[in-house]
Design a protein around this ligand. Structure first.
Ligand SMILES: NC(=O)c1ccc[n+]([C@@H]2O[C@H](COP(=O)([O-])OP(=O)(O)OC[C@H]3O[C@@H](n4cnc5c(N)ncnc54)[C@H](OP(=O)(O)O)[C@@H]3O)[C@@H](O)[C@H]2O)c1
Length: 284
């Protein structure tokens, strides 16, 4: 089956492409990228397409039977029409199956909800398209927390508003393995999976980071409002509100979900220490 991956120059798209190359080879795999030179090193055919441009996707999806649609990074209100460009082009080109990388979380209650809500709309748009579908609702990546360790060390602590809330983190590496199965196995068609790992608190996250990196971090909980204001000061209104909303969501339990990962990947999800170890090996 000729398979295409959108946003293949990004970290998730690239990880999934590399996983599929290992499992099924390069011949029937096409990468789609807004900026093709960033993806040339993957070693597969790369076609150019911008999520804002339907015509790009009419061209890029010629001959494609199975499509992995990686959710857009744009403002939540822009994502829905961008994804519709791709779904409409897929319909026009006779694509047989769409696998969509959605997100877990609450669509109504916090600053991250507009992102979740836009993802839910795309899920509906895909279901209405008449094309076979699989939806993976991705857990929060643990990777950004590990990239942020120097800042945590400078602060002497992990400081946010999650409180005692539990979060079922995943990683791009774990997701890549799950998506390789969702793309290549028909048994998943028509299913929505929560692709998440095991629940941990921020205090446990600090301990796991200390064990792996020989740091002495503690966890300090601050109020939802203080954390949001602090993030808006550093990152601007849009991103600051979204990051504040993510930790508010963790506090409320919106990211503590029963995992369907094993159904997708046919093995248990890695524990947090195992994900940290995989991250260290990949980085070194
Ligand atoms: N679960 C989580 O914790 C979490 C965290 C962050 C993001 N996400 C979601 O997961 C997705 C993939 O994450 P990632 O780690 O791969 O992000 P990433 O490394 O930042 O990559 C983003 C990708 O989106 C592409 N892109 C941006 N705007 C585009 C447009 N208008 N048309 C076509 N491509 C466009 C970029 O292309 P260029 O190379 O041209 O810039 C890049 O390939 C994100 O898009 C986001 O929806 C999830």
């Amino acid at each position: 089956m000729k398979t295409a991956i959108t946003a293949v120059s990004g970290q998730l798209g690239r990880a999934i492409a590399n996983r599929l190359i290992t499992e099924t080879g390069k011949d029937n795999l096409i990468g789609i990228a807004r900026t093709p030179p960033k993806a040339n090193d993957i070693g597969i055919e790369i076609r150019k397409a911008d999520y804002n441009n339907r015509k790009d996707f009419d061209e890029a999806l010629k001959g494609i039977e199975c499509l992995l649609l990686i959710s857009s990074m744009d403002h939540p209100q822009n994502r829905i029409p961008q994804h519709r460009n791709i779904i409409e082009a897929a319909k026009a080109r006779g694509v047989k199956k769409i696998v969509y990388t959605s997100i877990v979380g609450d669509p109504e209650k916090n600053g991250f909800s507009p992102v979740v809500k836009s993802n839910r709309q795309t899920e509906e748009d895909i279901k209405k398209s008449g094309i076979d579908w699989v939806i993976g609702r991705n857990g929060l990546y643990i990777d950004p927390d590990l990239e942020y360790i120097d800042q945590y060390i400078a602060d002497g602590a992990i400081i946010n508003s999650a409180g005692d809330g539990l979060c079922t983190y995943t990683s791009r590496g774990e997701l890549a393995e799950a998506y390789a199965h969702l793309l290549t196995q028909e048994v998943h068609n028509g299913k929505t999976y929560h692709l998440v790992g095991n629940p941990i608190s921020q205090a446990q996250l600090a301990k796991y980071i200390n064990d792996a990196f020989n740091t002495q971090l503690t966890y300090k909980a601050i109020s939802v409002e203080d954390f949001r204001n602090n993030r808006i000061k550093d990152l601007g209104q849009l991103v600051g509100t979204i990051i504040g909303g993510i930790y508010e969501g963790i506090r409320e339990g919106a990211f503590n979900l029963k995992s369907d990962f094993e159904k997708a990947a046919q093995r248990p999800h890695k524990s947090v220490p195992e994900m940290i170890e995989a991250y260290k090996q990949f980085r070194d």
